[in-house]
Every structure is written in C-alpha cells, then in structure tokens.
Design a protein around this ligand. Structure first.
Ligand code: GTP
Ligand code: MG
Length: 206
C-alpha cells in the first residue's frame, strides 16, 4: 500500500496555518457525513488516523496528514506528499458563521494552494449529487484540477445497484462536460480500495 505510513501533522482553522505550500497534496472533500475521514483511514490502512463520527460535522478543521516522500527521477530530491481532510460542507446544524468561514477557507484553499494536485470528492452512493458536489466538480473542471469521485458506502447497496448508480453518475458527468473520474467505494466492505489508492498516487505524481 503506497499510502501506508501516513501521519497526522496538524489541524488548521485557516489556510495560513497549513504546512508550507511545497510538494504535492491531495484534498478529500465532500458533504458532511459522506465518509471522507473513513475513506482516509481505509486508504492509509490506519484506523483512527482521521476522526470519524456518526454525527455530521465531525471534522471542523482542515487536517493535514503526511505521507512517505515521493521518489522522483534521477538527481531530484524526494517530494513531500500530503493528504488533507477538509471539513464537510452543508451541515445545517453547524452555526451559519462557521459554515460561512469554511466556505471561504475551502474556496481560498482550492484557489491558492499550489501543491494541490487533485481533489478526491466523496459522495454517498445512495444519494444523487448535491449542489455542493456539483460546485466542486465545476470548479475543478474550470481550473483544470483533476477530480476523482468516490461513490462510497457501496456496502449499503447490492453489487448490481452499485454498478447502476456508477453508470448513471458517469452518464451525468459526461453530459455536464466535467472531466471527473468516478468509482464505487466502501470503507466498510471494503470495496474499490486498490483503485482509489492508485488514483491518489497518480494525482500526487501529476
Ligand atoms: P464530517 O467530518 O462530519 O464531514 O464527516 P465525514 O465525511 O468525515 O464522514 P465520516 O468518515 O466521519 O463517516 C460518517 C459516518 O458514515 C460514520 O458513521 C461512518 O461509520 C459511516 N461510514 C463511512 N464510510 C462508510 C462506508 O463505506 N459504509 C458504511 N456503511 N458506513 C460508512
Ligand atoms: Mg470527517
């Protein structure tokens, strides 16, 4: 597993507190309770790395995890690699002021972060894409930022239903013109873990 050895670095309330903007970074975004933190734990094979919860709104900061450095070509120094767990958006019980703060910070992060190589967008396979998901897809497309969609909690559906949900989603992505890729995923089953790890590594090496 190329994502093994991930370590907690820090939790940031604003982007200025994040690790210095060098190396390569992949951010995990998605609606509150979609399963972002669980996906991070599954992909890094590190139970308890990112805090998860039944209660939406668990992750209230941008949380940075370091990965083993990426080996580059002859004569080039290894590249720092990180994963970032973003706060979930769309959770109504989080106070309006905090939601607004996160909207601005996530927006600034996506616009300004030079080490950001791509976004892993996490969505519940049982729910259609919501406004926030669409905004993220459109933003990534407009700024040429690669985006990979994990349709998670696939364990809640039959294999057939999951395949149908993926096909419908891919159709929608194609129709909307966004270049995002998508796969079925489950942190619980687990399902699609190798494919997702490969994609994260591809993004980091982009
Ligand atoms: P916030 O930090 O609040 O934005 O949520 P999050 O997106 O980080 O979600 P988290 O990983 O904390 O998971 C939310 C809930 O969904 C928890 O109860 C998890 O156990 C559950 N969950 C996450 N992934 C899966 C999955 O693949 N299958 C099932 N059945 N449950 C899952
Ligand atoms: Mg979380």
């Amino acid at each position: 597993n190329p994502l093994q050895g991930a370590q907690f670095v820090l939790a940031a309330h604003r982007i200025s507190q994040l690790p210095s903007d060098h190396g390569a970074e992949v951010a995990f975004a998605g609606r509150s309770n979609a399963g972002k933190s669980s996906a991070l734990n599954t992909l890094t094979a590190h139970r308890g790395l990112a805090r998860t919860s039944k209660t939406p709104g668990r992750t209230q900061q941008m949380v940075a995890f370091s990965l083993p450095p990426l080996i580059q070509g002859e004569g080039q120094p290894p590249l720092q690699a990180r994963l970032i767990d973003l706060p979930g958006y769309g959770y109504a019980k989080v106070p309006e002021a905090l939601r607004e703060h996160w909207k601005l910070e996530i927006d600034a992060y996506l616009h300004q972060r030079r080490s950001l190589r791509g976004v892993v967008l996490i969505a519940d396979i049982r729910h259609p894409l919501k406004d926030f998901d669409r905004m993220m897809l459109e933003f990534c497309f407009a700024t040429h930022l690669p985006c990979h969609l994990l349709l998670t909690k696939a364990d809640k559906l039959s294999r057939n239903q999951a395949a149908q949900a993926l096909a419908a989603l891919r159709k929608e992505l194609a129709a909307s013109g966004t270049q995002a890729t998508a796969q079925v995923f489950s942190s619980q089953a687990p399902t699609g873990v190798e494919e997702a790890r490969d994609m994260v590594m591809t993004l980091l090496n982009t």
